[in-house]
Design a protein around this ligand. Structure first.
Ligand code: NAD
Ligand code: ZN
Ligand code: ZN
Length: 347
């Protein structure tokens, strides 16, 4: 098959022929019809993820058709249209037993722990635990977003963030995760303040329901701008980029007893960043993390998509072939944000 491969961190990837993957006993191989370009792929390429072994094929935000099925899989067959949470859970560890597959103790992740979906085919483990049927009529490009960023944003806003109608929600970084969060929070009846350095990203945020926008490249202090716009601070705030500046601004833009949800990955090898803990204490803030979303939690989100309340299809602003993927991956380091790019490996 053809796949995007990199041999060294941060050096150009290339498209080349590699061996087709084989399904594990409990897994499947999926023919990849669409796979989103997520900033986590860029982090992996930069060497920020200790799970990655070289050479490597990135890609984890995918949808496609089941091609081959392992002997112990009972719920899926060749020809099924599927997407998958990028955290593929084992189904049997204590976290999985508690229903928390998104933090499975023995998770695998396509594009991180093994070769991913910037390829014609990808292997996915524990198919009966992890696969999600793509609803009739949903395109593969839209379904792909449900594999990572849209679903991640849904859990971050709705479950971890416990958004409520009428609340102020600040979203720092309005790319794939952030724009999804803007749309989901607005649909929940929240008033959203979108923060980004890219005018194009802020324009999209407004289109997807943001009531207010802050240009972080122009504002002296984006957190102060959020506090001013929200009458004292947001109830809920997300760092949807993952940087010291956006994490701190998210925490500093909260009101008393507000909730911060860290979604963006911190780039350093240790993933650490300074957090204004004095403010967290004095204002009794909640500091939360959010990691993907388990397959069994998809139905309420899919129902909102089916009824048109949520429109992940609108997030896709560019569709490219496999040959253009290496340059698009590299451009994530420099280019301003403007929606979601989807790779269609067979186009
Ligand atoms: N926790 C999880 O489960 C999970 C899942 C998916 C992605 N992620 C992480 O979420 C983060 C976002 O991913 P993405 O694919 O949406 O990224 P993206 O590149 O699509 O979007 C990032 C956005 O941040 C904006 N930005 C840059 N500097 C900024 C600043 N100083 N202030 C405000 N905005 C700024 C960019 O213009 C862009 O619009 C990444 O770190 C990714 O690895 C985490
Ligand atoms: Zn992702
Ligand atoms: Zn598990």
């Amino acid at each position: 098959m053809r796949a995007v491969v990199f041999e060294r961190y941060g050096e150009p990837a290339e498209v080349r022929e590699v061996a087709d993957p084989q399904p594990a006993e409990h897994g499947v191989v999926v023919r990849v019809e669409a796979t989103g370009l997520c900033r986590s792929d860029w982090h992996g390429w930069q060497g920020h993820d200790p799970d990655i072994a070289l050479p490597h094929v990135p890609g984890h935000e995918l949808a496609g058709v089941v091609e081959a099925v392992g002997a112990r899989v009972t719920g899926w067959r060749a020809g099924d249209r599927v997407t998958v949470p990028f955290v593929c859970a084992c189904g049997s560890c204590p976290a999985c037993a508690a229903g928390d597959q998104q933090v499975c103790e023995r998770q695998t992740q396509p594009g991180f722990t093994h070769w991913g979906s910037f390829a014609h085919y990808v292997a996915l483990d524990h198919a009966d635990v992890n696969l999600v049927a793509v609803p009739d009529g949903m395109s593969y490009a839209t379904a792909a977003s449900l594999g990572c960023r849209f679903a991640t944003a849904y859990r971050a806003v709705v479950r971890q963030g416990r958004v409520a109608a009428g609340e102020w929600v600040a979203v720092h970084g309005c790319g794939g995760v952030g724009l999804s969060a803007v749309m989901i929070a607005a649909a929940a009846g929240a008033r959203v303040v979108a923060v980004d350095v890219s005018p194009g990203a802020l324009e999209l945020a407004r289109r997807f329901g943001a009531a207010e926008c802050v240009d972080a490249s122009a504002a002296a202090d984006p957190a102060e701008a959020v506090r001013d716009l929200t009458g004292g601070g947001a109830h809920l705030s997300l760092d949807a980029l993952g940087a010291p500046a956006t994490c701190a601004a998210s925490v500093n833009g909260l009101r008393r007893r507000g909730r911060h949800v860290q979604v963006g990955l911190l780039p350093s090898p240790t993933g650490t960043t300074p957090v204004p803990m004095a403010r967290a204490i004095a204002l009794e803030l909640e500091l939360l993390g959010s990691h993907g979303m388990a397959a069994h939690s998809y139905p309420p989100m899919l129902e909102l998509v089916r009824t048109g309340v949520l429109r992940p299809d609108l997030l896709v602003t560019a569709t490219i072939g496999l040959d253009a993927a290496p340059a698009a991956l590299a451009a994530m380091g420099t280019a301003p944000g403007a929606g979601v790019t989807v790779v269609e490996p067979w186009s």
